[in-house]
Design a protein around this ligand. Structure first.
Ligand SMILES: *Cc1c(COP(=O)(O)O)cnc(C)c1O
Length: 405
């Protein structure tokens, strides 16, 4: 492995950014996060992938070009990000989009009217909204199931089912789904298994290795990690599926601008380091909250009383910094959210800074109340995205905000 460093400038200048080189696969996750998918710039040797701010590429003659024709289809900055995340996920092809929802919308264009999709009932509120308010009207049908129980998922599959879509851990209830079991069910029905890996990231969970066909992210969250862009990214292993996604990406054009791709690429360099700290802080804060509030109020897969702690320990290599507190009443939740000082009340998660929110009215505001009831989401719950500040400062902040609760 060592012999493949240092990386040299590609001698073949044709599409220097589009190939996965053998040495992209060298080394562990931290090395790959920093180097994979990136080559020194062939023009100058610049070590950082340049920001290719261009909409088109000059061609030498009819059909003679360097592999780039128009930037909706390909942009070298975007390609470096796509290959970097593809390699981290253990996949072979990455596709970057202008947002997580734009990514999912493009994935769903793999299907056609009449197709049926089985979806976890605990998925991100925006995923439910896209299906229920928009894609349903294009002839796709959806069945929402509790993916805790593989039998219930198997029972929901029909001859028209083309995909099984899950998110694990879920937002905000931190439920886990057994991905290997989902893969078995999907394969039996020749359906694609599509996994939203936004919460765990490839640092802690590798769905493709457990049999998923498509893994996707809101790169807005941990992948970028600095709360300064919006993006999405899908990764696949299979060439045939990759060709279909490339067609959709180019035809529908929900692509990110190069600057957002560049920011996310900068973000992935520290992804392993950041995830390590999110996990350390999450464990420390989870343990403190357990003492302070008791088992029935702290939902964190890293705690032994969590119903999916054993699955989390098996399926993930870290628990991360996401958790939910059940403060039982909306008044308690409001008090807590108004008092925090280091945590900020805001939508989103996965940045270096700690955030908290009220899922019932914020991330899940568009989910009907009866569905929220059925999934166990109440208006006394607050979600924490523990950042990478000093754990003692975060704990002191929580201590102050919980006074009298
Ligand atoms: C934020 C989020 C999305 C949506 O991504 P955007 O980048 O906001 O469009 C999807 N899934 C999960 C789990 C998310 O947290």
């Amino acid at each position: 492995m060592r012999s493949s460093f240092p990386r040299t400038i590609a001698s073949d200048h044709t599409e220097p950014m589009t190939r996965i080189y053998d040495d992209d696969l060298a080394g562990g996750m931290a090395t790959r996060a920093i180097h994979a998918g990136q080559r020194p710039d062939p023009v100058s040797g610049a070590i950082m992938t340049p920001l290719y701010l261009t909409s088109t590429y000059v061609q030498e003659s009819i059909g003679v070009n360097k592999g780039y024709e128009y930037a909706r289809g390909k942009n070298p900055t975007r390609q470096a990000l796509e290959r970097n995340v593809a390699i981290l996920e253990g996949g072979r092809h990455g596709f970057a989009f202008g947002s997580g929802m734009g990514c999912l919308d493009s994935i769903m264009k793999l299907f056609r009217a009449g197709d049926h999709i089985v979806c976890g009932e605990n998925v991100y509120g925006g995923t439910f909204r896209l299906f229920d308010k928009i894609l349903r009207h294009f002839g796709l049908s959806f069945t929402y199931v509790d993916t805790d129980d593989p039998q219930r998922v198997a029972d929901a599959m029909t001859p028209a089912t083309r995909a099984l879509l899950v998110e694990t851990p879920t937002n905000p209830l931190m439920r886990l789904t057994d991905l290997a079991a989902m893969s078995d069910i999907a394969k039996r029905h020749q359906a694609l298994l599509i996994v939203d890996n936004t919460f765990a990231t490839p640092i802690f969970q590798r769905p493709l290795e457990l049999g998923a066909d498509i893994v996707w992210h809101s790169t807005t969250k941990y992948i970028n990690g600095h709360s300064d862009m919006i993006g999405g990214l899908a990764v696949v292993l299979e060439d045939e599926l990759a060709d279909r996604l490339q067609l959709i990406l180019n035809a529908a054009g929900a692509v990110p601008g190069p600057f957002d791709a560049w920011l996310a690429l900068r973000g992935t360099k520290t992804l392993p380091l950041r995830m390590k700290q999110h996990d350390l802080n999450g464990r420390a804060i989870g343990a403190w909250l357990l003492q302070r509030l008791g088992e029935d109020r702290v939902i964190y897969p890293g705690l032994a009383h969590h119903p999916h702690h054993a699955l989390a320990s098996r399926q993930m290599s870290g628990f991360g910094g996401m958790m939910t507190l059940d403060l039982k009443t909306i008044d308690n939740a409001r008090k807590f959210l108004e008092r925090v000082r280091v945590f900020s009340l805001a939508e989103s998660l996965g940045g270096v800074e700690s955030l908290t929110n009220h899922p019932y009215t914020m991330t899940h505001g568009s989910v009907p109340a009866d569905i929220k009831d059925a999934m166990g989401l109440n208006d006394g719950m607050v979600r924490l995205s523990c950042g990478i500040e000093d754990a003692e400062d975060l704990i002191a902040d929580l201590d102050g905000a919980l006074e009298g609760i």
